[in-house]
Write a protein that binds this ligand. Structure first.
Ligand code: NAD
Ligand code: DAU
Length: 337
């Protein structure tokens, strides 16, 4: 795989993926197409912006003319589609943009990938397309799709489009469905960086409902290695779940953050729940582990120490985000909660 188009490569997971590819697969050129929404941040890419194997293009995946030009000019072989509106809470306020980017944007990429006969199209999806679990069981690749939020519904629609292009026109695709990621460069609207930022500033930690919702946490670098394996080793048409086998309640995760930062549990404040809140996610990663030999490189405990320490050392990065539009976002989501 010589040249890959990474979309959404200035976001959290995309920027970690770009950095990993440039560092570990030096024969690969990465063309990075990102609209730079509130979640896209060139500071996430600081150290790789000057890498000769990295070409950044600001633009929208819904812009077919631009996508065609980027693919043709750079002789792109494959697309890895990270670009998305990614936050469940925002999808409850403004679902339309989730349809625009996550569905129409993906459709735009699919049509061009097919026309240009690209070697591979990898769709970065989510375990949320499977819906919610009760106290037992895990999502496997055959679990029926049953999304519950506008965000997950838009991601599920995109997954269906991707597999329909494979079924109907033999597009060479894969879909990855990963559980919750944590790690460096995550925007502080998501639970872990939001709680770290608040705790650092001795602000209340807004826990939705009883705080006993369960997520299966995976360190972002380990998600990136899984995607690379799928891109380079998987048979076309295969879907892979990716998870950390790390089920934790939100209160357990917050406990780890408070302990590392030496802050008190009295900062925790239970607030109104997220409407339609999925109770539990758990991913069975058996297929990617046995077929592609993937496994996570760090435990949750080690990954969390790396993450919290990175936020402690990245005050300027965090300040640049939380001093801007973020203030308004935080007010609108949390002031009356
Ligand atoms: P993010 O919100 O941090 O980044 C999304 C990026 O996409 C941003 O850089 C943004 O500018 C860009 N973007 C948005 N709309 C665009 C458009 N129309 N055209 C071009 N670029 C656009 O998201 P993330 O957490 O890094 O998630 C990346 C992908 O992984 C998403 O598809 C998400 O659904 C999926 N995913 C995320 C998680 C998680 O825990 N964060 C878990 C599983 C899957
Ligand atoms: O499972 C994969 C998904 O994980 C990805 O597809 C999404 O892009 C990603 O945002 C994430 O979705 P979640 O909704 O699980 O993540 P979030 O960080 O928003 O919330 C994690 C849990 O924490 C969830 O139970 C809600 C809770 N929460 C979240 C926030 C922001 C709180 O209790 N308080 C908060 O302020």
């Amino acid at each position: 795989m010589r040249t890959i188009l990474v979309t959404g490569g200035a976001g959290f997971i995309g920027s970690n993926f770009v950095r990993m590819v440039l560092a570990e697969h030096t024969d690969c050129v990465v063309v990075n197409l990102d609209k730079l929404t509130y979640a896209g941040n060139l500071e996430n890419l600081g150290d790789v912006m000057d890498d000769p194997n990295h070409r950044f293009v600001k633009g929208d995946i819904c812009d077919a003319g631009l996508v065609e030009k980027v693919i043709d000019d750079n002789k792109v072989d494959a697309i890895v589609n990270f670009a998305a509106e990614s936050h469940v809470d925002r999808s409850l306020v403004e679902p339309g943009i989730f349809i625009d980017t996550n569905v129409t944007g993906t459709l735009t990429l699919l049509k061009i990938a097919l026309e240009r006969k690209l070697e591979r199209f990898v769709q970065i999806s989510t375990d949320e397309v499977y819906g919610s679990l009760g106290v037992e069981g895990m999502f496997i690749e055959e679990t029926p799709i049953s999304p519950n939020s506008p965000y997950s519904a838009s991601k599920a629609a995109a997954d269906h489009l991707v597999s329909a292009f494979g079924h109907t026109w033999d597009l060479r695709y894969n879909i990855t469905r990963c559980s919750n990621n944590y790690g460096e460069y995550q925007f502080p609207e998501k639970m872990i960086p939001l709680m770290i930022n608040n705790a650092l500033n001795d602000k209340e930690l807004p826990v939705y409902g009883d705080g006993l919702y369960v997520r299966d946490w995976l360190y972002v670098y380990d998600h990136c290695t899984a995607i690379w394996k799928v891109l380079t080793e998987a048979q076309p048409g295969e879907i892979y779940n990716v998870g950390g086998n790390n089920e934790k309640t939100n209160l357990e995760v917050i406990g780890v953050i408070l302990e590392r930062l030496g802050k008190d549990k009295s900062l925790i404040r239970h607030v109104a729940d997220r409407p339609g809140h999925d109770r539990r996610y758990a991913i069975d990663s058996g297929k990617i582990m046995s077929r592609l030999g993937w496994s996570p490189s760090v435990t949750f405990e080690t990954g969390m120490v790396k993450t919290i320490d990175w936020y402690l050392a990245s005050g300027k990065w965090l300040d640049n985000i939380v001093s801007g539009e973020y203030q308004k976002y935080y007010e609108s989501m949390y002031s009356d909660r």
